[in-house]
Design a protein around this ligand. Structure first.
Ligand SMILES: Cc1cc2nc3c(=O)[nH]c(=O)nc-3n(C[C@H](O)[C@H](O)[C@H](O)COP(=O)(O)OP(=O)(O)OC[C@H]3O[C@@H](n4cnc5c(N)ncnc54)[C@H](O)[C@@H]3O)c2cc1C
Length: 411
């Protein structure tokens, strides 16, 4: 028996390996990871880790003994090539490893943008623990930070920098923050929060050049000709799937590794999970690549279950969170083609109910964790109609309780 090889020791890969053992898989399990650290949690990198005293050792996903006890072999090194005919993975500086099943969990990388001055010192991006440690060190001496991109990571970094007393400006191409992920009322609340914290927001703008002096960045020139002074520039312009290895191996890729509803790639012995996977649903024509802990973890669990014999397709209701200073943002469901928003709460704490064709499809919550948790319980079971929501006065806790009671009665 050759066993299972997982490429990528992030949230998805480690969850797949751990779930294989939890599910009783007895063969060899090898996780190949390019980073030098023990597998670690990524979300704190743009939050707690940027504050003083954020301890990198506290980020480990599992202790070293966890892997040893479960006979999960961690191999540090870059997987260079997959020989699909021989079912072998070639690893830089190490002997190849053979597989019966291969799990691709290679994640994503910061989107590369061509920008004059990109290689100046004081220009940072954030994906890895090493990036976070370098950014934290740069923040210590910084006075003025410009963040390019008003997405989740950009706004979390903006909060962390403000907390350190650094002057912060955010340059966003669109007309609102978190445009691709949240509805306009939530964007407005996020913008109000950051403005109140003293963050400068520049909408409808993009950087055309990073200006420097003696090799170090001193400012950002924008398309409108404005120059924003900066001694630190953080690029937060999104991420692209790490699908080069899959592409070189001849697997179907298109903005990520293409997988079916069972997370199988175009080679049935190989699944792709987490940030690197684009899930295609032929019945609806949708293609979706998500970047979230929920998605990585659920994919990891499902990949293990599939290897252990699961026949049902993957299904999970997506959810996500982002903490930006005191602002707590939580999303559940998919707010695609939403035609109706219903806002409940006040400006300090509210949830937006997103409906499509008079059915609840997503709930976006600002400082409203109780509603978020209830909406998760609800949407995992049913998608209530507008009439049902109105009848319950949008009390998702009551609706969730009822849905759970019905489930228990049926069981
Ligand atoms: C700063 C930051 C903050 C975030 N905050 C949140 C949050 O608050 N909430 C949330 O839900 N999500 C958050 N996310 C997103 C979340 O962290 C990702 O969705 C999740 O980490 C994806 O897990 P993954 O295992 O698919 O990929 P990753 O965690 O990226 O792991 C992939 C691993 O594969 C390795 N790898 C790639 N290619 C190879 C190769 N050829 N050989 C060997 N190893 C390879 C990489 O080095 C990497 O370690 C955040 C992400 C970042 C970067």
């Amino acid at each position: 028996m050759r066993g299972v090889v997982v490429i990528g020791a992030g949230h998805a890969g480690v969850e797949a390996a751990a779930s294989l053992r939890a599910g009783g898989y007895n063969g060899p399990v090898t996780v190949v990871g390019a980073e030098r650290h023990l597998p670690y949690q990524r979300p704190p990198l743009s939050k707690e880790m940027l504050h003083d005293g954020g301890d990198p050792d506290a980020l480990s996903l599992r202790a070293e003994a966890f892997f040893e006890d479960r006979r999960i072999v961690l191999r540090h090194g870059l997987a260079l090539d997959i020989d699909r005919a021989a079912q072998l993975v070639h690893i830089a500086g190490d002997r190849p490893v053979a597989y019966d099943h291969l799990v691709l969990a290679t994640g994503a990388a910061p989107r590369r943008i061509e920008l004059p001055g990109r290689s100046l010192r004081g220009v940072a991006e954030l994906r890895t623990l090493d990036d976070a440690l370098a950014l934290r060190a740069s923040l210590v001496g910084a006075r003025r930070v410009v963040v390019l991109g008003g997405g989740f990571i950009g706004m979390e970094v903006a909060s962390a920098a403000r907390k350190r007393g650094v002057e912060v400006s955010v340059v966003e191409l669109g007309d609102r923050l978190l445009r691709r992920a949240v509805c306009p009322p939530v964007s407005a609340a996020v913008a109000a929060h950051h403005r109140a914290e003293g963050v400068g927001l520049w909408f409808g703008e993009h950087a055309t050049e990073l200006i420097g002096d003696a090799g170090h960045v001193t400012g950002v020139r924008t398309a409108s000709g404005r120059v924003l002074p900066a001694d630190l520039v953080v690029l937060g312009v999104g991420a692209t799937a790490e699908d080069g290895l899959a592409h070189r191996a001849g697997l179907a890729t298109d903005g990520g590794v293409l997988v079916d509803r069972w997370l199988a790639t175009s080679d049935p012995r190989i699944v792709a999970i987490g940030d690197c996977a684009v899930v295609c649903d032929p019945s609806t024509g949708t293609r979706r690549r998500l970047e979230s802990i929920q998605n990585a973890t659920d994919h990891g669990r499902y990949a293990a279950a599939r290897i252990l014999g699961e026949k049902r397709p993957y299904y999970a209701v997506p959810w996500f969170w982002s903490n930006q200073g005191s602002l707590r943002l939580q999303l559940v469901g998919m707010a695609e083609e939403v035609d109706q928003f219903v806002v409940r709460g006040d400006e300090s704490r509210f949830s937006v109910f997103c409906l499509r064709n008079a059915r609840l499809t997503a709930v976006e919550s600002v400082n409203d964790p109780g509603t978020h948790m209830a909406a998760r319980r609800l949407l995992e079971r049913v998608t209530p109609s507008e009439a049902e929501l109105v009848a319950a006065d949008y009390d998702v806790r009551a609706l969730a309780r009822r849905a759970m009671a019905r489930e228990t009665a049926v069981a």
